[in-house]
Ligand binder design. Structure first.
Ligand code: CMP
Length: 140
């Protein structure tokens, strides 16, 4: 399996509870390398574009409100099979269904305030990385 990159967001519920370091520790312990990272306050335009696939969902407005409510940490994670590995490390979207030891089981508050986002495919990872990072910011 080749080395892959995936895109990650540490969400407002986690940054506001001072959990960035604790989540990064889990990420690194599971063998993923944080090759780029920046703390930002997302604009509504950024959040609406990022989650445009969910624009018809009833929770879209709540999701955009939440993602712009406090700083997030955007990241690029690298490793073997990184997209699937990070989805396993995050756990199920709903923390009530997340497996023991996953980031969402450990830290998430609800299906909305679920602490982290990770890309669902290699194709989407490239698109999502491109929304927040330029080539010059990715130094390995
Ligand atoms: P994420 O992986 O960032 O991708 C879409 C997000 O929508 C998802 O995580 C959840 O945080 C959020 N989401 C999904 N279902 C709901 C819901 N019913 N209410 C609020 N947010 C939701």
């Amino acid at each position: 399996m080749a080395i892959q990159q995936t895109f990650s967001i540490i969400k407002p519920d986690a940054t506001s509870r001072n959990l960035t370091g604790a989540i990064n520790k889990v990420i690194e312990e599971r063998g993923l390398r944080i090759v780029a990272q920046r703390r930002i306050l997302m604009t509504r335009a950024q959040a609406e574009r990022f989650y445009s696939i969910h624009s018809d969902r009833p929770f879209f407005g709540v999701l955009v409100d939440f993602m712009t409510s406090a700083p997030v940490v955007v990241q690029i994670l690298e490793g073997e099979n990184a997209v699937d590995v990070y989805r396993t490390v995050m756990g199920a979207t709903n923390p009530e269904e997340a497996a023991e030891g996953t980031i969402r089981k450990l830290f998430a508050e609800s299906i909305g305030k679920n602490s982290v986002h990770g890309s669902d495919s290699e194709e989407n990872a490239a698109l999502e990385i491109g929304q927040f990072f330029s080539e010059s910011e990715i130094v390995g």
